[in-house]
Design a protein. Structure first.
Length: 453
């Protein structure tokens, strides 16, 4: 069956160009000239993708723009990926669109080959298609806290450059989401985004996995292999947990950054055009001092450092995030859970969230599945969130008139201290356990029980 694409653009010239192009690619292109017509079609028809201009002049009062269409597409079941377009676009426009949930952003005028490449990657399963599908959620970028506004301003500043970026932040704060946002807002947006988790690659396989190898270069090398870095040619490679990269490979990555060349195992160097974004929750400066990380590589990666704040430092964003996840999992799981009550949101906002946004998402997913069609009640929350909230940071330890569950209160206090210990040690569980007077296995078990291990 032909893939159906909704094309929303009030400019007849752009509309005609897109319809002809999509038809030549054997897609079923469906036109809509204004926001009202587009939303009506989304509600009653099925589409594989939507392309919409950000600005949609028309008869709508209030005006329906591309962002309203994006929101409607996200709430559709299943969610419809959206590519947004805009004339006279700036990097800030691209950042805003991708942050809102668009899978890609195209400035107008565009080259037909660029449109074809992006759509093939999204819809046809061609190499790199996985990197272009909508991330599970862009929610870590939702928030109006000043720290998030500062972060987005920095993202806008670096997106249209080629400099390396180092993302710092605790586990679960959304570092890969920010990396994808930078990629989608950059000149490399038409190329692949390749994510590599260094902590998940066995050391003896890391060199071949990253740099590739040629046939016969070692026992078991029965053919040539293209490494992850070469797979990201003309795009972006994202090294998550860069601090876990073996010391011996750090020199080879440094050469990629300096000379724009990749040397496969047993092969010769070949040129590569790739932007490098790295992320870590570890203290790289200390690793440099300890000799565990190359100083020259650190400075190459740390050209533009971006720090992602932990959720406990932007508690005012918790209700926004929780509501986003509720809507998302309602659509994904075919549920109809209404908005969270003030009591539920109050308890969520009081929690320290040592697992950050990822922990919050896991909780909301569970609540939506359990509640189904009804409202989430306080009794549905985990035990450590159900009791009447006390402001421990302000020292408000007076017994409430209605009493308190001491066991649950102590669990909340434990959660907060564990979160503070992990934050203070940059996520190092050995050192955090020492600060708390625990052995490491006890701390890991406590984190596992809270679904953040």
């Amino acid at each position: 069956m032909r893939k159906r694409i909704l094309v929303v653009d009030a400019d007849p010239s752009t509309q005609s160009t897109l319809l002809q192009l999509l038809g030549s690619m054997d897609y079923d292109a469906v036109p809509a000239l204004d926001g009202s017509a587009a939303i009506a079609r989304i509600r009653r028809e099925s589409f594989d993708l939507c392309m919409t201009d950000v600005k949609l002049p028309g008869p709508d009062i209030p005006q329906i723009d591309g962002y309203a269409i994006l929101k409607e597409a996200e709430q559709h079941h299943p969610a419809i990926p959206v590519v947004m377009l805009r004339a006279d676009a700036t990097v800030s426009d691209a950042v805003s669109a991708v942050r809102a949930g668009a899978v890609n952003f195209l400035p107008k005028p565009f080259h037909p080959a660029t449109v074809e490449e992006i759509l093939r990657r999204i819809l046809e399963g061609s190499p790199g298609a996985r990197e272009y599908r909508r991330p599970a959620t862009p929610a870590p970028l939702i928030g109006e806290h000043p720290s998030m506004r500062d972060l987005m301003e920095r993202v806008t500043q670096v997106a249209d450059t080629d400099v390396s970026v180092l993302l710092r932040g605790e586990t679960g704060t959304g570092k890969e989401i920010v990396a994808r946002l930078i990629h989608a807002s950059s000149r490399q947006a038409g190329g692949p985004f390749v994510a590599v988790n260094m902590a998940a690659i066995p050391e003896h396989l890391a060199e071949s996995e990253l740099f590739g190898h040629v046939r016969g270069s070692f026992t078991g090398a029965d053919g040539n292999r293209l490494g992850r870095i070469s797979s990201a040619h003309e795009g972006t490679i994202f090294f998550d947990e860069i601090g876990d990269m073996p010391k011996g490979l750090q020199a080879k990555l440094l050469r990629v950054l300096q000379d724009r060349e990749v040397t496969p195992v047993g092969g010769i160097s070949v040129p590569v055009d790739v932007r490098v974004i790295a992320a870590t929750h570890r203290n790289l400066e200390q690793m440099v001092a300890d000799g565990a990380f190359r100083e020259d590589l650190f400075y190459r990666l740390d050209v533009v450092p971006l720090v992602l704040p932990p959720l406990r430092e932007r508690r005012s964003d918790v209700p926004l995030l929780a509501e986003h996840f509720r809507r998302e999992y309602n659509a994904r799981e075919n549920r109809a859970v209404p908005p969270f009550s003030p009591d539920v949101l109050e308890r969520m906002s009081a929690h320290d969230w040592p697992g950050n946004v990822r922990e919050l998402e896991n909780l909301v997913e569970r609540l939506v599945i359990v509640a189904g069609q009804r409202a989430v009640a306080v009794r549905d929350l985990p035990a450590h969130l159900r009791f009447e909230t006390l402001d421990l940071e302000a020292g408000a330890l007076d017994l409430p008139l209605g009493g308190v569950d001491l066991r649950l209160l102590l669990a909340e206090l434990e959660d907060r201290l564990i979160g503070q210990a992990l934050a203070r040690t940059g996520g190092n569980r050995n050192r955090a356990a020492e600060l708390l007077g625990l052995n490491r296995t006890t701390l890991v078990e406590k984190l596992r029980r809270r679904n953040v291990a």
